[in-house]
Design a protein around this ligand. Structure first.
Ligand code: FAD
Length: 340
């Protein structure tokens, strides 16, 4: 039986472990943190992410705990609530929002007992495995190349109780600031705030800073913040890779997910790409000799993921722009393009 070590029990590592275990591989996942320590709030999954989950056999388990398909008008609004661009319900195929902790729980439950070893910080190259998958995230010690600050930071939260979104979801745009709203299956709301700030800026009271920045924005933003416990808010400075990698494969070690192609979250595709990587890699490793499979994985995944990373960065720059022309551009963009 072929042996694989997977570094990191994030979404990419867990999905790869499921895919390979189902193809009969002997899988060990090494995760530096403790069980259930995954932070985060909501996560948008799109049709491509669900296709990848279907390929590893867990699509329906995730659908069962995900939010409804897009049921509200979504798109971009001004801070006063006037729509700039809309995607009507149903225009984006199978966009659903999940709670990140729920997704982790569902994926972890699909693995055989003892597959994941927690509290294992991998710092040395691993030996004794046929393949090592580095799914160790943005700051991957295995990859070891530079990351680049995007110029903006984010706060993410989930309300403690249901809040009526008044028929609309998506992002609202200020000058160098954005606020996003999305419904979770039980009526609670996943929200995020984004603001242009120098890297590493610390605020004495993060929640007070969010309130100050988004005060006076359209309803129900104030109500959503009122319904959120400050302790559950996650602050994340946004980075991506400074330069696209020349290869995702080094010998029998293969990079996957953010370790390979960390992108800014402006298209909501980072985790979806990690799922696609996982489905592709486990399929190829079950169908071909290892060296051939890894070469095919690199050839298949690098162009798509690097193109999306480029587009995400451009989208982030546009959305964070303080120029009034941004709003004109968004207003003039046809709905079909927004949906795509
Ligand atoms: C604000 C924000 C919003 C986002 N929203 C979306 C969205 O809506 N949709 C979407 O698709 N994506 C979104 N993303 C991106 C998404 O979160 C990532 O792309 C995704 O989590 C990457 O998964 P991963 O498994 O590659 O890495 P990670 O989730 O980072 O997992 C890496 C794991 O490796 C472990 N690890 C690291 N180093 C070691 C080590 N040395 N030894 C052992 N373990 C180690 C870590 O503890 C971690 O568990 C968002 C990101 C941000 C910052």
């Amino acid at each position: 039986m072929s042996r694989v070590a997977i570094i990191g029990a994030g979404i990419g590592g867990l999905a790869t472990a499921i895919g390979l275990q189902r193809h009969g591989w002997d899988v060990s996942v090494l995760e530096r943190s403790a069980p259930d320590s995954q932070v985060g709030a909501g996560l948008s999954l799109f049709a491509n992410g669900f296709r990848a989950l279907d390929a590893i056999g867990v699509g329906d388990a995730v659908r069962a705990m995900a939010g409804p398909e897009q049921v509200l008008t979504a798109g971009s609004r001004r801070r006063d609530g006037r729509w700039l661009a809309t995607t009507p319900p149903g225009a984006v195929r199978e966009l659903r929002v999940v709670h990140r902790a729920d997704l982790h729980r569902v994926l972890t439950a699909e693995l055989g007992p003892g597959t994941i070893a927690y509290g294992k910080n991998v710092v040395e190259p691993l030996t004794g495995y046929d393949v090592v998958v580095a799914a160790d995230g943005l700051r991957s010690p295995t990859r070891g190349t530079d990351i680049r600050y995007s110029g903006y930071t984010s706060w993410r939260g989930v309300t403690e109780r249901p809040v009526d979104l008044l028929g609309g979801a998506g992002e609202s745009l200020g000058r160098g600031e954005r606020f996003g709203l999305a419904p979770l299956p039980d009526g609670r709301v996943y929200w995020f705030g984004v603001a242009s700030t120098p890297a590493g800026t610390a605020f004495p009271d993060e929640f007070a800073e969010i309130r100050r920045r988004f005060e006076g924005w359209h309803a129900p933003i104030a109500e959503v913040l009122d319904a959120t416990g400050p302790a559950a808010v996650v602050r994340t400075d946004i980075y991506d890779l400074a330069k696209p990698l020349a290869s995702y494969v080094r010998g029998t070690t293969v990079l996957l997910g953010d370790a390979a192609h960390a992108m800014t979250p402006d298209l909501g595709q980072g985790a979806n790409m990690a799922l696609e990587d996982a489905a592709t890699l486990s399929h190829l490793l079950s169908a071909r000799p290892i060296a051939e499979a890894l070469t095919a994985y690199d050839r298949n995944r690098r162009p798509r993921t690097q193109a999306l990373a480029r587009r995400a960065r451009l989208m982030g720059r546009l959305l964070q722009s303080r120029s009034p022309q941004r709003d004109t551009l968004l207003r003039l963009t046809p709905a079909s393009v927004v949906a795509r």
